[in-house]
Design a protein around this ligand. Structure first.
Ligand code: UT7
Length: 337
């Protein structure tokens, strides 16, 4: 790393999930399935979903307010907002711009969305790290929010059992004490295998030209088996690689905070690292897969529930549509949530 690179401090983290709970038993009203089938294959018992006019914007707003409060900064000190959402409620205005307005940020700071699906938080962290590291901005608000329930095909039992809604937020800032909270961070993608999980937006051609064969539905289409194979072959190795880059040993890192996609995938990473259950943060049982939001929710809720003690280190890892994946070894300072 360049000697002039400004180190980054993770200053605040927050999360928000909707109140409405859908259990596995509830899903038996939609199609033939069972709590036993879903739980043994995924580790999921229930998920939260938005209802009525509630969207990822509301969840993102609440998570952002908590992260800003923990960071102890004023709204006018925020230099940039990056929102990571797999499918935001509106493509434009972007989630980031909408949050800028709803937070009441008067400064005309840049605000933009970026899509890296379930790896969104790690991608956003890398972008923020570049912007802070080179001195362009000092304080960046990252919001990872998804309302998957609005883009789920509720007739497809292969996908709709998995997803849930939620948001997480992180304020990152130029580190004043010279200590970098990012010990390593790498992001990757392979578009050649990207079709295994996709959402085609509803669209049609100009009526004066030939129409497309397939009209997008805006719903998640997934080859679950292929995604599963990809995840268990790629992610555990990658996590080891990110740990190696940090210069630490796996046993010296306190927690694994993985993307919550499937308990069996989490266990594949856990086994590779030879971690005890106490070191692995899993809340998939209660929230399912909340896409970009799953890592910051697991982090902030883990602290809230006393599973994560601050003044520690953690390996964060995500993977998802794209295909994208990423990992970061981070320092979790006291007071961040
Ligand atoms: O952020 C990334 C997001 N995605 C993932 O991480 C997905 C990773 N993949 C998975 O988690 C698993 O592939 C699933 C949990 C989605 C599915 O498990 P699977 O063991 O791969 O099941 P399958 O799709 O191969 O289906 C096996 C059988 C099929 O029946 P037949 O054809 O063998 O008769 C399905 O029709 O299970 C049936 N099935 C179900 N049965 C009861 C599929 N979904 C259900 C269901 N309840 N909900």
């Amino acid at each position: 790393m360049d000697n002039n690179f400004i180190p980054l401090r993770i200053a605040g983290v927050g999360y928000s999930v909707p109140k409405t709970v859908i259990t596995n038993d509830d899903l038996t009203k939609l199609y033939e399935t069972s709590d036993e089938w879903i739980y043994t294959r995924t580790g999921i018992k229930e998920r939260r979903v938005v209802s009525g006019n509630e969207t990822a914007i509301d969840l993102g707003l609440e998570a952002a307010k908590k992260a800003i409060e923990k960071a102890g900064i004023n709204l006018d000190e925020i230099d940039c907002i990056i929102a990571a959402s797999s499918v935001p409620p509106q493509l434009y205005p972007t989630l980031a711009c909408t949050l800028q307005a709803k937070l009441g940020i008067k400064n005309t700071i840049p605000a933009f969305d970026m899509t890296a699906a379930c790896t969104g938080l790690i991608y956003a962290l890398q972008v923020a790290r570049g912007l802070i590291g080179t001195g362009i901005y000092k304080n960046i608000l990252i919001v990872a929010a998804d309302n998957n329930s609005k883009i789920t095909d509720w007739t497809d039992r292969g996908t709709s059992i998995l997803f849930g809604d939620g948001a997480g937020a992180m304020v990152v800032t130029a580190s004043e004490d010279g200590i970098d909270d990012i010990l390593s961070l790498e992001i990757s993608s392979n578009g050649a295998i990207g079709q295994m999980i996709r959402t085609n937006m509803p669209s049609e051609c100009c009526p004066l030209v030939e129409q497309a064969d397939e009209v997008g539905t805006g719903k998640i289409i997934m080859d679950g088996k292929e995604v599963y194979k990809f995840a268990v072959t790629t992610v555990p190795k990658y996590v080891e690689h990110c740990i190696e880059l940090s210069g630490m040993k796996a046993e010296d890192i306190n927690y694994l905070i993985p993307h919550q996609a499937n308990q069996r995938i989490i266990e594949a990473i856990q086994n590779r690292l030879n971690y005890s259950d106490e070191k692995v943060i899993s809340n998939i049982k209660y929230y399912g897969n909340t896409s970009a939001a799953s890592i910051p929710i697991a982090l902030a809720e883990g602290v809230e529930q006393g599973k994560i003690k601050l003044g520690s280190t953690a390996i964060l890892c995500g993977f998802g549509a794209g295909m994208t994946w990423g990992g970061a070894v981070v320092r979790l300072r006291e007071g961040i949530c």
